[in-house]
Design a protein around this ligand. Sequence first.
Ligand code: PLP
Length: 393
Amino acid sequence: MDLFEKARSYLLSIYKPFPIDVDHGKGLYLYDKNGKAYLDFLSGIAVNALGYQHPAVQQALLKQINRNLHLSNYFIQDVQVELAEQLVELSGLSKVFFTNSGTEAIEGILKVAKKWGNQNNKSEIIAFEGSFHGRSLGALSITIQAKYQKSFFPLLPNIKTVPANDPEAFNKAVNEHTLAVFYEGIMGEGGVRPISESLLKAIYQGRDKFGYLIVADEIQTGVGRTGAFYYYQKRGVLPDAIATAKGLGGGLPLGAFVLNDKLSTVLQRGEHGTTYGGNPLACASGLATVNVVKESGFLSQVQKTGVYFKDQLQAFAGQYPDIVKEVRGEGLMLGLEVGDKASDLMAEGCNQGLLFNVAGGNTLRFVPPLIVTESAVDEAIDKLHKTFARIFK
Ligand SMILES: Cc1ncc(COP(=O)(O)O)c(C=O)c1O
């Protein structure tokens, strides 16, 4: 049996993997066992912020491997504390709880919010149509997409669903019973859709009026992806809590929720916990990653390359006016809405040596490593032309 047959025999058929027998990654590229290179604009689904084999991450990991791999939260762990300090400074919030994934960060915040709501007589959570916050039963309850939810009802009660980017509907939905609003600054899985200024304003003004909590899901947008450390900073707002993951671990499984002062005393000792969350190896990798992302000039470079990439995608779209409906996104989180051939384009892109995926069913999503260069963008656009030529010949 070859590797692909073995995978079909032994793994649940949940995913549809690329037909690549991966050997290793280096910088912006993945290489298969025959040496074929793939320009990786998927980055492990927006995880590999510094690409593959970044020396800062490798050195930090090697150092930590020679100390300990795991201790548990029965110990104060120096790398974990240092990373928490960075996250507090970079987020403008107060306290951190580390998790192993984005979903678990959302689950933790749901618990904080529920307890705070019980104390303050508030019960309704607002979530937006098209959102994605994870697939555990709590996170799935606020992931408002029928394809993910439909087989798993009943989910959590007291979730009110509001159409995306409809401030009037939002204003009608919130009141003194509203406990929390969960939002993504840019819906990732939902199709790379930035939140409109009018909805963002309504969310933050509603908090002043009704005193609910605002939770920004920064799992995909965070750690520099949009050219700011967190996307809410680019939009000039400050949520009460954020969920962060993906790029945070520099390739290792790491997430966190970060709370403001008011929320940081809601959970008492014993009310929450995790065996692995904040594991020292993941935190060492995360700390090295964050230290690079916060270096002077790094984020402005992400912003600059992001603008260049978006301009190139717009020029590309101009050449396929009957196919490309829209170019969306910010920084290095960009989408090209192309309609029902999106999955075919993704497969052909792989053939041509360019990796990206489909979001929202009809949109090609590009989330390259944050170290991507303008010449790599040019290479991607060239491969995209070849991909379109094959599919629409
Ligand atoms: C915005 C958002 N929230 C939550 C999640 C879930 O994170 P994880 O897959 O790490 O559990 C994702 C993952 O794609 C995401 O994009």
